[in-house]
Design a protein around this ligand. Structure first.
Ligand SMILES: Cc1cc2nc3c(=O)[nH]c(=O)nc-3n(C[C@H](O)[C@H](O)[C@H](O)COP(=O)(O)O)c2cc1C
Length: 343
């Protein structure tokens, strides 16, 4: 039941995807971004070991997908034991909803110490043989389940270990059907500028393999999306932080890349539209996890929506203290009312 990455999308045009971000790329937000033009979005990382040990229920909320709002769906797993991945993939496919997933993505880029010290995430860049085994076994399992297998990784583990090109070529040779590269080493975490030249070298190392290649790191608008594609030779682009609280970004990047129009609506989204979208995301999250958790978890997301607006600072403080939907709505309404009175 071989399924190719290109069976899922029109790959004749560059794909623009929401990069997975723990705490941000929940099912609601992924659906919102897809509505604005994001081609797809992996879930945030979930532990394959935890699924094997505890079953699906503990991790379910992080893996929840919605094919209706998201289009193509992708669940990202992390771990360091091949059998954990393959077992987790099988368990996921036994679930009525999760079993509809199109893509399994293996995380080989997470730099968080808790993950790296187990040898998982970007730790796998230090053990390429194990990484290869994980990919080849996962690919075999994915194929038997009718799913596509992709990997997200970095340019290397550290400044002294920029093994990206060999690593990427190993991933393609072991069966990864798409690769996304974040242009930083694990040691860099998210600091400094993403190194697009290293991404180019990795792209080059898989040329002719048929693997779909995403470049990722520091894309913030249409022009930077075009530049990263030109510099790296990548097929598509993933956008992370710049898309937090800014789903409109996908509309403008897509327009810029595909229609050659410089749409600047990114800067022209009104505060009212932003507040309305914030409430749409909050309501979706409330349905997912209940009001209490949703409002708490939105505390890191809400400031992203209102970033850059005059008077955003006190509003952010108030939003971060809110604990109910009513409080959030009141803060937004007060702020919007104040602005309308000014006019
Ligand atoms: C808060 C946060 C959480 C993240 N969580 C994940 C994750 O779960 N899985 C993953 O592969 N990458 C994760 N990343 C990395 C992003 O997907 C992306 O590779 C990185 O932010 C660089 O892209 P950007 O410059 O467009 O943000 C995370 C990044 C941030 C900032």
């Amino acid at each position: 039941m071989r399924r190719d990455f290109s069976d899922l999308f029109d790959t004749t045009k560059p794909l623009v995807a929401l990069s997975p971000m723990a705490g941000f790329s929940c099912v609601t937000y992924r659906g919102i971004c897809h509505g604005m033009g994001s081609d797809y979005a992996p879930t945030e990382l979930t532990s394959a070991r935890s699924i094997v040990m505890n079953g699906l229920s503990k991790s379910y909320r992080f893996m929840r997908i919605n094919p209706e709002t998201e289009g193509v769906t992708c669940i990202q797993l992390f771990g360091n034991v091949p059998e954990d991945f393959t077992e987790a993939m099988k368990l996921i496919c036994e679930d009525e909803l999760l079993g509809q997933v199109d893509i399994f993505d293996i995380n080989m880029g997470c730099p968080v110490q808790k993950v790296v010290k187990t040898g998982a995430g970007s730790g796998l860049m230090r053990t390429p043989e194990l990484a290869a085994k994980i990919v080849s076994e996962c690919r075999r399992t994915a194929e038997s389940l009718g799913k596509v297998l992709t990997v997200k990784t970095r340019i290397g583990f550290s400044e002294n270990m920029k093994n990206g090109p060999e690593f990427a070529s190993m991933l393609a040779g072991s069966g990864a059907q798409a690769i996304c590269v974040h242009g930083r080493t694990a040691v860099q975490m998210y600091a400094g500028q993403a190194d697009w030249e290293q991404i180019r070298l990795m792209r080059q190392s898989v040329a002719g393999s048929g693997v779909y290649f995403f470049a990722n790191g520091d894309v913030t608008d249409g022009p930077s999306a075009r530049r990263i594609l030109e510099v790296t030779g990548a097929d598509g682009v993933m956008i992370g932080r710049a898309a937090c609280g800014n789903p409109w970004l996908f509309r403008s990047v897509k327009d810029y890349l595909l229609n050659d129009t410089e749409v600047t609506d990114n800067g022209n989204i009104s505060l009212r539209e932003k507040c309305d979208m914030l409430i749409i995301e909050l309501d979706g999250r409330i349905k997912e996890v209940g009001e209490n958790t949703a409002v708490k978890e939105m505390r890191s997301v809400m400031p992203r929506y209102i970033k850059g607006f005059p008077g955003a600072a006190p509003m952010k403080v108030a939003l971060c203290r809110a604990s109910t939907r009513t409080e959030v709505k009141q803060i937004l309404d007060d702020c919007l009312k104040g602005r309308e009175d000014e006019r």
